[in-house]
Design a protein around this ligand. Structure first.
Ligand code: MG
Ligand code: MG
Length: 274
C-alpha cells in the first residue's frame, strides 16, 4: 500500500453514512441475539437490511469471506463464519459488520451477551469496551499510533487480560484495510503520526487468558489458544478539528438492549448528525 489516505470533510460525511449503516445493522441484530438463534439467521437479517438500504455487505467476498457478518462466539476472537449452531444461554458473540456504500467502507463490531453470562465474562466485556474509548481518546492530531495501542494495552493488562497481537485495527476508506495498521498494543510516542482527516477503525481484541491465538482449518476463524473467552469491540473514528470524532455509534445497540451510557458523548461534534 502507498501510505495513509487523508479524507476531506465531504469524504468523511460519506464515510459517516457507511459507518451508520453498520451501526444500524448492529442495532437490528441486537434485538435478535438470544438463545436458540443461529448465527446464519442473524447473517441473513443483516444482509437483507444492508441491501434494502442501498449498501453492499462489505465482508461478503472480501478475500473470499463467505458471509455478511463475522460471528465469533466465546473463545473465537474474530473472523468466525456464521453457521447453523444455535446460540445458548451464557454464550458471548462478537459480531463484526462491514458495509460498502457510495464507494466507502464502514466497519464496526460489538460483543453481545446471550441471556445471562458469567460475571467474569461480563467484566471482560466491560473492560474491552472501555479500552476502546481509552484508545479513541488518543487518536488526535500530533499523537502517534503507539499512543492508541499503549492506552488499550495498558488499560486491559491492568486487569490481567491478553491483548491479541496478530490482528490489528486499520485505516479505513475506499479500501476496508488502509494504512496505518492500528495495533492494540504499543509504546507511547512511537509509530506514524496522526493528522487531520485520518479515518481509522480501532478494534481491541482482548482475551480473558493468554494473548496467544490459533486459527481453525477453515482458514478464517481465530480463537484463543487456551480456549478462554475473547471480546472484540470496534468503532470508526475520524480526526476532525484535531480531535477524535466517532463516525459509528453503539446508540442503536444501546436502544435495543436498554443500555444507558454517555461513553460516546466526548467523541461527538456538537452538530453531529448522529
Ligand atoms: Mg471489523
Ligand atoms: Mg476492522
Amino acid at each position: 500500500m502507498s501510505g495513509i489516505i487523508i479524507k476531506s470533510a465531504e469524504q468523511i460525511e460519506i464515510m459517516r453514512e457507511s459507518a451508520l449503516m453498520v451501526s444500524k445493522t448492529l442495532g437490528i441484530i441486537a434485538k435478535e441475539v438470544k438463545p436458540g438463534v443461529t448465527t446464519l439467521f442473524l447473517d441473513k437479517i443483516a444482509e437483507e437490511y444492508i441491501r434494502d438500504n442501498g449498501g453492499i455487505p462489505g465482508f461478503l467476498g472480501l478475500y473470499d469471506f463467505p458471509n455478511t457478518l463475522c460471528m465469533s462466539p466465546n473463545a473465537q476472537v474474530v473472523h468466525g463464519i456464521p453457521n447453523d449452531t444455535p446460540l445458548v444461554e451464557g454464550d458471548i458473540i462478537s459480531i463484526d459488520c462491514g458495509v460498502l456504500k457510495n464507494g466507502y467502507y464502514g466497519d464496526h463490531a460489538y460483543t453481545f451477551e446471550v441471556g445471562e453470562v458469567a460475571a467474569e465474562t461480563k467484566k471482560l466485556i466491560e473492560v474491552t469496551k472501555q479500552s476502546l474509548y481509552e484508545g479513541i481518546r488518543q487518536f488526535k492530531a500530533g499523537n502517534r499510533v503507539g499512543d492508541v495501542g499503549f492506552a488499550i494495552q495498558n488499560y486491559c493488562e491492568k486487569h490481567g487480560y491478553g491483548i491479541v497481537r496478530e490482528l490489528v485495527g486499520h485505516g479505513l476508506g475506499i479500501e476496508m484495510h488502509e494504512e496505518p495498521e492500528m495495533p492494540n498494543y504499543g509504546r507511547r510516542g512511537r509509530g506514524k503520526k496522526f493528522i487531520e482527516g485520518m479515518v481509522v477503525a480501532i478494534e481491541p481484541m482482548v482475551n480473558m487468558g493468554t494473548h496467544q491465538i490459533n486459527q481453525l482449518k477453515d482458514g478464517w476463524t481465530i480463537l484463543t489458544k487456551d480456549n478462554k473467552p475473547s471480546v472484540h469491540f470496534e468503532h470508526d473514528v475520524a480526526i476532525v478539528n484535531g480531535k477524535p470524532e466517532l463516525l459509528s455509534t453503539f446508540k442503536y445497540v444501546d436502544e435495543a438492549l436498554g443500555t444507558i451510557t454517555n461513553a460516546e458523548d466526548e467523541f461527538r461534534a456538537v452538530a453531529s448528525k448522529i
